[in-house]
Design a protein around this ligand. Structure first.
Ligand SMILES: [Zn+2]
Ligand SMILES: [Zn+2]
Length: 345
């Protein structure tokens, strides 16, 4: 039985499984328009996920072939993975924010081993010990391409312009640029009144930006060719305030479940990151590399029990928090340190 929920007012969600992932599934949303159904996100590119999406569409009385368009909240493979198959089946357009479309273009153009080289180099500069780097070097010399999923994600053919209404017949769906989780993440604000008249302003498709029970990963924007010093955590916190100001009556996220009370959830997340920044600042009484900071920060389990791949994610999360402290003038890089160490000022 496909896992389909009717949210009212011509909006449904289909739970599309993500293989071998604790998140479980992506909630793909279907929005009826005057020119046919439009999807918000598509799900992971896997045969079982594709079947689940098709079963869900069939349960809603439609099919992949009938889809008019795909709006992608961000470029991650659990959201954009099946966009190419949807386009093949239907000729649907695919819309994405320019900053994430650039990530897709880069991913498609990259030689497979490049990602491993980049990851190894980045971890080395973050102060990762040799025993952490050795398996990456071994994988590279064995010719494996590393963990970059979705090497040929579909190229979007429409750009989502921040602040503008999408061209959807009979609907008012406005793009809200919410960088942080990725540089081009967007939320989609369905400005029509809530179908059950819940108090607030319409509904917000929040992608990974605002989730009811978990915090999205905030790392560094991964562009090996761009030397610009970005501040993804700063972007994220600002984007959170942006969606709180919309005051949506209900949030339809891409994972977990729909929820109300967006401004309160935003306050929780702001407080969570504030507490993490304060704790990290306390650790920086003496200089620490990003790796050493990650080892000492609080995670959902002790550092010794965090597996290799998750440590990479933890280090980029630590770096995002260090960047934020530097940007706020609360910490600085120790001159001449290599790998770079940071200390409170
Ligand atoms: Zn994501
Ligand atoms: Zn996701």
């Amino acid at each position: 039985m496909p896992h389909v929920i009717a949210h009212g007012g011509g909006v449904w969600s289909i739970a599309v499984p993500i293989p071998d992932n604790p998140l479980g599934h992506t909630l793909v949303h279907l929005v009826d328009t005057g020119r046919g159904p439009v999807l918000i996100d598509t799900g992971w590119d896997d045969p079982a996920s594709w079947d689940a999406l098709n079963d869900g569409l069939a349960a809603l009385g439609t099919s992949a072939a009938a889809l008019h368009g795909v709006v992608v909240t961000h470029c991650h493979p659990d959201h954009h993975g099946l966009s190419g198959r949807v386009r093949e089946a239907s000729g649907a357009w695919i819309a994405m924010h320019a900053a994430d479309a650039a990530v897709v273009r880069r991913t498609r153009a990259a030689e497979p081993g490049l990602w491993l080289d980049y990851l190894t180099d980045k971890l080395e500069r973050a102060g990762a010990p040799e025993e952490h780097l050795a398996p990456l070097r071994a994988a590279r010399s064995a010719g494996r391409s590393g963990g970059l999923p979705g090497l040929r994600p579909a190229l979007p053919d429409r750009e989502i312009a921040p602040g503008e209404l999408l061209d959807l017949a009979g609907r008012r769906l406005r793009a809200v640029w919410t960088p942080g989780h990725t540089p081009g993440h967007v939320c989609l604000h369905l400005e029509e009144a809530h179908p059950a008249r819940l108090p607030g302003h319409g509904r917000l498709f929040s992608g990974d930006h605002l989730l009811p029970e978990i915090t999205p990963h905030i790392g560094l924007y991964e562009d090996p060719d761009d030397a610009a010093v970005t501040d993804p955590l700063g972007d994220y916190l600002e984007s959170l305030e942006r969606v709180a100001r919309l005051g949506p009556a209900e949030v339809l996220p891409a994972h977990q479940h729909a929820f109300t009370g967006a401004p309160a959830r935003v306050r929780e997340l702001l407080a969570h990151h504030e507490a993490r920044l304060t704790a990290l600042l306390g650790l920086l009484e003496r200089p620490l590399t990003p790796w050493q900071a990650a080892e000492r920060m609080d995670w959902n389990r002790p550092w010794e029990r965090i597996p290799h791949g998750s440590r990479n994610i933890a280090v980029s999360e630590a770096e995002a928090h260090l960047r934020r402290l530097v940007k706020l003038g609360r910490a600085e890089a120790v001159p001449g340190s290599g790998p770079a160490a940071y200390v409170a000022v």
